[in-house]
Design a binder for this molecule. Sequence first.
Ligand code: PLP
Length: 357
Amino acid sequence: MSTSPRLRGALQGVPTYKPGRPAAVRDGAMSYKLSSNENPYPPLPSVLDAVSREAGRFNRYPDLFASGLVAAIAARLDVPTTHIATGTGSVGVLQQIVQATAGEGDEVVYAWRSFEAYPIVVQISGARPVTVPLTSDERHDLAAMADAISERTRLVFVCSPNNPTGTAVRRDELGAFLDRVPRDVLVVIDEAYREFVRDPDVPDGLEVYRDRPNVAVLRTFSKAYGLAGLRVGFAVAHEPVAEALRATAVPFGVSGVAQVAATASLAAEDELLERVEGLVKERSRVHDALREQGWSSVSASEANFLWLRLGERTPDFATACQQAGVVVRPFGEEGVRVTIGETEANDIFLTVAARFV
Ligand SMILES: *Cc1c(COP(=O)(O)O)cnc(C)c1O
């Protein structure tokens, strides 16, 4: 007989989430954190005000249904309130999606390399991850993903723009892919970086979901809206799916502070999207500078980060960045993801990159 409580076998070998390293202090100077795709701007005064008012009430449970926030999202996106399900960050919603669709004996298809939360939430559920390699130009191979769908497939993740490569799926290829997916398989378009997309050939997931009941769109307030620390995200899905997501939510998971911050952020959207525009300009500047340095392989990014496929030089590059004063996110011996941050931080990154061409 075992001497410790029995745990589910599915937990064995589940990868652990590696958060981006914090900015370290060196020689009394703070280094910049470009490792977690966060928004470098501090909270807006109007959002801070809303949060401070709400903070005086945290002896009470929050609104279980996040009604104010749901109404604001529905109005903003022009979708029915019944199509919205909120959660503790979009990773929280992702977990609800897996819980609602897949378990032991089922398969979940996604591209790899992609968002590192996917293998974690899928393996915990007991379902089998079926990963499809990215193409040589760092894009989703949607034809191969359609081929990978079997009778056991219950769920497909499409990460667009893809974390960590920054590439996004195009309207025509996504349409062709969705036409091949059986109607009883849910396709989740993870659009954590939607607000940073500028390529007109990249569809907004919402235009795709409207007449496809097996498509759900995942959005977050963590990136463009700068609320990463408050944990609030949501899915837009047709009713049976949205209802299942509400049913699998942790009761009172999204705090009152997070709810009012997200609502206030929607009210201040113009101001926030101006900041996003600044980051997009900065993204172009850094991308073009890398190209000029001779990084011919760096792909155009539709997100708030860039991807350098450095192979075995990855750890050395990350160390050199750290020594120069910026923390980036290395992925094994594959490559480095660098978040577009403050101009000074991006310049430090470029200085290091120039030495590694
Ligand atoms: C950052 C990110 C998320 C969102 O994370 P939350 O903070 O949990 O909302 C979701 N998907 C991808 C691909 C991301 O990069």
